[in-house]
Design a protein around this ligand. Structure first.
Ligand SMILES: Nc1ncnc2c1ncn2[C@@H]1O[C@H](COP(=O)(O)OP(=O)(O)OP(=O)(O)O)[C@@H](O)[C@H]1O
Length: 281
């Protein structure tokens, strides 16, 4: 591919120091994401997906001593070298974060429309009425039919799916180079999940953002992502174009994940065997 990557991660290792004990939570991770593409990061709980994202962004869990080594180039920024204001600026301009629970990123005491215009104010450059207009337009673009009145609601007055659509809109508002969805639909009903993922895809197509989609659900990644990275116990055990990973998985762990996806063509719902069961070695 000839274009410059949006995100290049090389040999990323993260260790956490806890009660005097050092633990490696991400080990030697490398992958590349090109403009406009989507990459799914898949693995079961505790695989290190969140720690990988945190290491890339340089956003460590509060109160946790973490050491990150390797190389991360994100939208032209050398992320591991950035500190303070320059680091915050890079995050604000290049990355849009969609959390599992949008209540985490929405302020419960502020009407949703005002929160969107606040994001625009933070990004700078537009007047108050222009921001209000763009907020309404944005709500329409993420599927709100009466955004003028819906923008006056507080987060708790919206459904989980509606809140997540606001979360997607807010993350994409500044048209960041990279959108990161951290289990964006895990907390939602299956029927709502599809709509939210569709809105995420449409939003991405509109803004031209690349996507990192973190999910424990290989089925979701297979449906929505161009490429897949499979993580297990802090390491990337397999990566490649989605079609290749799905049709010819090279690692037994990927095959186990595949087997655990519910199929429409048969009763193949199986519990995922873990190393603790002694099935995978
Ligand atoms: N705040 C923390 N302090 C210390 N260790 C942590 C912390 N958060 C996670 N870890 C450890 O890092 C490892 C990777 O966890 P991580 O949260 O990245 O997994 P994950 O794949 O994102 O799982 P999940 O889907 O459950 O969020 C685990 O061993 C976990 O115990």
């Amino acid at each position: 591919m000839s274009s410059q990557p949006i995100l290049e991660v090389r040999d990323l290792t993260a260790t956490v120091l806890r009660r005097g004990v050092e633990r490696t939570v991400v080990e030697g991770a490398s992958f590349t994401l090109y403009p406009g593409r989507s990459l799914g990061i898949v693995g079961e709980s505790g695989a290190g997906k969140s720690m990988l994202i945190r290491s890339i962004l340089g956003v460590h869990p509060p109160g946790v001593a973490m050491r990150v080594t390797g190389h991360v180039q994100l939208d032209g920024h050398d992320m591991l070298a950035l500190r303070g204001r320059a680091h915050r600026r890079a995050l604000a301009t290049s990355v849009g974060m969609i959390h599992q629970d949008p209540l985490r990123s929405l302020n419960p005491t502020i009407r949703v429309g005002d929160q969107l215009t606040e994001v625009l104010a933070f990004a700078g450059g537009t007047g108050r009425s222009e921001r209000a207009r763009r907020g309404i337009e944005l709500m329409r673009s993420v599927g709100f039919r009466s955004p003028e009145s819906e923008s006056r609601r507080f987060p708790h007055e919206l459904s989980g799916g509606q809140r997540q659509r606001i979360g997607i809109g807010a993350a994409a508002l500044t048209e960041p180079a990279l959108l990161i969805g951290d289990e964006p639909t895990t907390a939602l009903d299956v029927t709502v999940q599809k709509r939210v993922l569709d809105i995420m895809d449409e939003t991405r197509a509109r803004t031209g953002s690349s996507l990192l989609l973190v999910t424990h659900d290989l089925g979701v990644a297979a449906e929505r992502c161009d490429d897949i990275v499979v993580m297990r116990a802090g390491q990337i055990v397999e990566s490649g174009p989605t079609a290749q990973v799905i049709s010819a998985p090279a690692h037994p762990y990927t095959r186990a994940l595949l087997d655990s996806i519910p199929r429409l063509d048969g009763p193949r719902v199986r519990r995922l065997h873990t190393s603790a069961d002694g099935v995978l070695s």
